[in-house]
Design a protein around this ligand. Structure first.
Ligand code: TYD
Ligand code: MG
Length: 455
C-alpha cells in the first residue's frame, strides 16, 4: 500500500513545498504554510475511478456554435456589466472578498432577480441557517417568486441534490465551508477547497449549470484563500471597498467570457445593495470646495469614466527622513512624481512630509491621475486652491513632460456632464477633442505649465 505523505501548502496561493517555509516564494505571504496530507494519485474528483482513455476527434472551429446569445441577465445591471453581459451557462464564477463586505447579500439579491425571471436557482449556504437567510431576505424586501435554499456542507450531498433538482444557477456560500468525506483534512484547507472546486467545475461543465462560488479573503490564514482556486475557475470577481464607507466595487480580475476592465459600483444601504448608476457623482459628493490640496481627476474603469478627488497634504517635516504616504495609489509612483517636482520646479519637497490620498477609499494605479496628484501637491505646497470646477488628468514623465492618455474625449465629456467648467489635459490630446463648447479645455505641456495655471 502506498504510504500517505504529508506536504506543506501555502494557504494564500496554494504553493506546494516538501518542507515548511516561513515565507511563500510565490505570493510572498508570511507564515501561511500548513501541513496537509496529499491526495493520492489514484483518487480523482470522480471518486478514484479512472476512465479508460479513448481517442477523441478534433472539431472544426467553424462548426462550434457560439453560446453568447444564451447569456442570462442577472437583473442587476452593474453585475451584468462586470460579468461581460450576463451569466454564461456552464460557467464557474468565483466571488471573493473580505468577510462582511456583502458577498452573500449580493448573491442573494441576484438569486431574487433570477427567481423573478423564473430561472431555477439554488442557494446553498454552509455558513448560515435557513432562519438567518430568511432574516436577511426580509431585510432585502419582497421575494416575488420562491427561491430554493439548501443548508449543507457535504459536497456529495450537494452534488446529488443539484443533479436531482436540475437548476440553471447554483450559489455556493462559501467554498471554505464545503468538504468531501474522502479527504482527511478539514474544511477550508487547501486540499478541500481545491477538490471541492474541481467537483463543482465538472458539475458546471457536464450539466451546463452556472455556479457562483463565494470565497473569503483571509488575513489570518485560518482557511485557504480564494487565490488557491483562481486558476481553476472561469471568472474571478472581487468585491471590495472600505468597510467604513458605504460604497462597494465589484471588479473582474479574470474573465474568460468578457473584459476584466469593467467595475460595478454598489452602495450598501439598510435594505441591501443598490446600484450606483453614476459613480462619478457619487465619488465627488461631499468634496471640500476652494481648499488647497484637493483636485478632481478622471480615471477610466473599462469603458466608463470615473471622476474622483485626489488629496495631498504637504507640510514641514519634523523627521530626519520626510514621511510619504500614498493611500489608494502606488507609493513609488508618488515618490517619483515628488522627485520630478523637486528637480523640474525646484520645490523644496525634501524638507516636507507629503501625504497623498484618493478620497473615498478608491484604489487606482492609472498613470492618467499623475497630473492631478502633481496639481494637488503644488496646490498644498503653495497653499493655492485649485478652482472646484476644474478637472485635471494626464500622465507625467520623468522630465516633467505631460504625456497623452487614452480616451481623453470621453473624460472631458464626463466632466462637462457633471457641470465642470475647466479641463486641464495633455497638450498632445488637444487635437482629439472635437467639440470644446460648454467647457474650457487647456492643453498642458509640462509641469511648469501646470504650476503657472495653479499659482
Ligand atoms: P454579508 O453579505 O453577510 O457579507 P459577506 O457574505 O461578504 O461576509 O454582508 C454583511 C454586512 O452587510 C453586514 O455588516 C451588514 C451589512 N448589511 C447592510 O448594511 N444592509 C443590508 O441590507 C444587509 C443584508 C447587510
Ligand atoms: Mg456571507
Amino acid at each position: 500500500m502506498a504510504k500517505s505523505k504529508n506536504i506543506f501548502f501555502c494557504q494564500e496561493c496554494g504553493y506546494e513545498s516538501a518542507k515548511w517555509l516561513g515565507q511563500c516564494p510565490a505570493c510572498k505571504a508570511w507564515n501561511a504554510f500548513v501541513e496537509e496530507p496529499t491526495i493520492g494519485k489514484g483518487s480523482t474528483a470522480s471518486g478514484g475511478i479512472r476512465h479508460q482513455a479513448k481517442a477523441s476527434e478534433p472539431v472544426l472551429l467553424s462548426s462550434v456554435h457560439s453560446s453568447d446569445e444564451k447569456r442570462r441577465p442577472t437583473g442587476i445591471s452593474e453585475f451584468d456589466r462586470v460579468l461581460g453581459g450576463g451569466i454564461v451557462p456552464g460557467s464557474l464564477v468565483l466571488v471573493g472578498g473580505d468577510p462582511g463586505i456583502g458577498k452573500s447579500t449580493l448573491l442573494l439579491q441576484m438569486s431574487r432577480c433570477l427567481s423573478e425571471q423564473s430561472c431555477r436557482t439554488v442557494y446553498v449556504s454552509g455558513e448560515e441557517s435557513l432562519q438567518q437567510i430568511r432574516l436577511r431576505a426580509d431585510r432585502l424586501g419582497v421575494f416575488k417568486n420562491d427561491l430554493a435554499m439548501l443548508c449543507e456542507t457535504n459536497l456529495d450531498v450537494i452534488q446529488e441534490t443539484i443533479l436531482k433538482y436540475k437548476p440553471e444557477v447554483v450559489i455556493i456560500d462559501s467554498i471554505q465551508t464545503m468538504y468531501r468525506e474522502d479527504i482527511s483534512s478539514g474544511a477550508g484547507s487547501v486540499s478541500q477547497v481545491r477538490e471541492a472546486t474541481s467537483v463543482l467545475m465538472q458539475l458546471a461543465k457536464r450539466e451546463n449549470i452556472a455556479i457562483f462560488i463565494v470565497g473569503h479573503v483571509t488575513k489570518e490564514g485560518v482557511v485557504a484563500g480564494p487565490r488557491v482556486l483562481e486558476h481553476m475557475v472561469d471568472t474571478v470577481l472581487y468585491f471590495e471597498g472600505d468597510r467604513h464607507a458605504s460604497y462597494r466595487l465589484l471588479r473582474a480580475v479574470k474573465n474568460r467570457f468578457g473584459s476584466t476592465n469593467e467595475i460595478g459600483v454598489f452602495e450598501m444601504c439598510s435594505e441591501g445593495l443598490t446600484e450606483v448608476k453614476n459613480p462619478s457623482e457619487f465619488m465627488l459628493s461631499g468634496r471640500p470646495e476652494g481648499t488647497a490640496g484637493s483636485v478632481v481627476a478622471c480615471a477610466m474603469e473599462g469603458t466608463r469614466p470615473l471622476m474622483l478627488e485626489v488629496q495631498a497634504l504637504v507640510c514641514q517635516t519634523n523627521f530626519q527622513i520626510p514621511r510619504r504616504t500614498a493611500a489608494g495609489t502606488d507609493y513609488n509612483r508618488v515618490n517619483l512624481l515628488l522627485a520630478v517636482l523637486e528637480k523640474r520646479l525646484g520645490l523644496k519637497l525634501a524638507g516636507c512630509d507629503a501625504y497623498i490620498n484618493l478620497a473615498g477609499g478608491m484604489r487606482l494605479n492609472e498613470p492618467a491621475i499623475d497630473l492631478a496628484i502633481v496639481a494637488a501637491v503644488i496646490s498644498s505646497y503653495r497653499n493655492a486652491a485649485v478652482e472646484s470646477d476644474t478637472m485635471i488628468f494626464g500622465e507625467v514623465g520623468l522630465t516633467g513632460e505631460v504625456r497623452a492618455v487614452s480616451q481623453a474625449e470621453q473624460r472631458v465629456r464626463e466632466a462637462e456632464k457633471l457641470g465642470f467648467k475647466v479641463c486641464c489635459i495633455p497638450q498632445s490630446n488637444m487635437k482629439y477633442i472635437r467639440s470644446k463648447a460648454g467647457i474650457r479645455v487647456i492643453g498642458i505641456r509640462n509641469v511648469k505649465d501646470l504650476y503657472d495655471f495653479i499659482c
